[in-house]
Design a protein around this ligand. Structure first.
Ligand code: LLP
Length: 421
């Protein structure tokens, strides 16, 4: 459930008419609902109630500092994958002991910054990374808390570009090698083993792959404890999918996901961490855009919007579906018509949807992409010299720009002329 509903014939973000934001900010823009972010976070809190836990929001899905602050003030931890994300989390007010650092390519410099600023744990993804972290920690006279990310070789049954838990993927250490790597880690003076980490992919719409992976982690926990390691924390990753198409069957709920966690690892006396991103931020955001032209082609009609693949890349990158709705509520029973919905970028791939049924729309009308809060603004670029799309946060009847659209001057000034030109 989200807080983007039609009221008096017009789409609202909580209590604010979307059209009002469009007049104030211009289009395109992202708009996020505080109430929806909070609601989704609390669903995970409920799902894990009874277990010691920390929900570490994966800020890669939406890293705006205001969004992080909303979640952090509810007690969330944060999962970061770069020193840039680490610094943003800190800037949003998240203490180091609530930040976990994931990712396969952490540099020594990134490790140093995180050790200096405070970190809950590094999720280590390879032996070379383990050795590098040990070196950095020893050189700083400290000890780095770690989990090792294991690759359980489980099919997450999701899009191939976002599956991470198969042995052919670049992530983690094969679970079969885990015991050897943990004994290596235990012998390093700059490393303190605190647990195990696993993450098998994103937009999972079935629970069975989680169940398989977590059962393997449970077995590994017992083995590692028997080997003498103090496994006290399990980071179970993110990945629970969201309903992108309202017409489709809904994916499992956080409560069902929590039941899988309780069933598989609940009796191990471990603190549980999860790293959900999309389920918290995805349906908490819209991308709002204006129709520039309605173009009648020979075979089909095109709706040309002022947003493009540089603003929301998911449809062209993954063939992803986003529901697209008019901001003015269609009259009941109005006839729909099929459109190809496209952006102005000079690529055929700049297509959001093909033959999508929409009520008749005309130049200047506003439309909203649903489920655009995750992997939307964070993946945007300035391709075709289109200024980075702004972001707005709504709370009740208030709204605020939380990232302004750059001016053309700002955009131009980012480049500089080589001195010999
Ligand atoms: N933890 C780790 C280690 C991850 O790699 C990810 C996502 C998450 C947590 C959060 O997963 P979530 O709960 O959001 O599914 N750009 C793609 C998604 C990439 C996901 C990358 N990793 C998309 O637009 O679908």
């Amino acid at each position: 459930m989200d807080h983007f509903l039609y009221r008096d014939g017009a789409l609202h973000a909580e209590d604010v008419p979307v059209a009002e934001i469009a007049s104030a900010v211009g289009t395109p823009f992202y708009v996020y609902s505080t109430a929806t972010l909070e609601r989704h976070y609390r669903l995970f809190e409920e799902a894990l109630s009874g277990l010691p836990h920390l929900i570490c929001y994966a800020m890669k899905s939406n890293g705006n500092i205001s969004v992080i602050r909303v979640l952090a003030s509810l007690g969330a931890g944060i999962d970061v994958v770069s020193v840039g994300e680490y610094l943003k989390a800190k800037a949003a007010g998240v203490p180091g002991e609530r930040i976990v650092f994931s990712g396969i390519g952490k540099t020594r410099e990134e490790m140093r910054v995180a050790l200096e600023g405070g970190i809950r744990q590094f999720n280590v993804e390879s032996e070379p990374e383990l050795l590098a972290l040990n070196e950095v920690a020893v050189s700083m006279g400290t000890c780095a808390p770690i989990t090792v990310r294991v690759n359980p070789d489980v099919d997450a049954k999701t899009h191939e570009k976002i599956a991470t838990g198969k042995k052919e993927n670049k992530f983690g250490i094969p679970i079969s090698r885990a015991r050897a790597v943990y004994s290596e880690a235990a012998a390093l003076p700059g490393i303190e083993v605190v647990g195990i980490d696993v993450h098998i992919g994103s937009q999972l719409v079935e629970l069975e792959p989680f169940e398989q992976a977590y059962a393997k982690v449970a077995e590994l926990t017992r083995q590692l404890r028997a080997d003498g390691h103090d496994i006290r924390r399990l980071d179970l990753g993110g990945g629970l999918g969201i309903p992108y198409e309202r017409s489709n069957a809904a994916p499992p709920l956080p409560l069902d996901y929590g039941a899988v966690i309780k069933r598989t690892v609940g009796d191990l006396n471990c603190e549980i961490e999860i790293e959900p991103g999309r389920l918290i931020s995805g349906n908490a955001g819209l991308l709002v855009s204006r129709v520039i032209y309605v173009k009648s082609g020979e075979e089909r009609d095109f709706l040309i919007l002022d947003s493009a693949m540089n603003d929301l890349v998911r449809p062209s990158m993954y063939g992803a579906h986003h529901d697209i709705v008019p901001v003015i509520e269609p009259e009941p029973g109005v006839e729909t018509q099929p459109f190809d919905i496209v952006g102005p970028v000079c690529e055929t791939g700049d297509t959001f949807a093909k033959q999508r049924a929409l009520p008749p729309l005309k130049e200047g009308d506003l439309v909203a992409f649903r489920s655009a809060g995750a992997y939307g603004a964070v993946m945007a670029s300035e391709y075709n010299a289109r200024p980075l799309v702004p972001e707005v946060l709504v709370k009740g009847d208030q709204f605020a720009v939380i990232r302004a659209r750059p001016t053309y001057d700002e955009m131009l000034n980012r480049d500089s002329m080589a001195p010999w030109l």
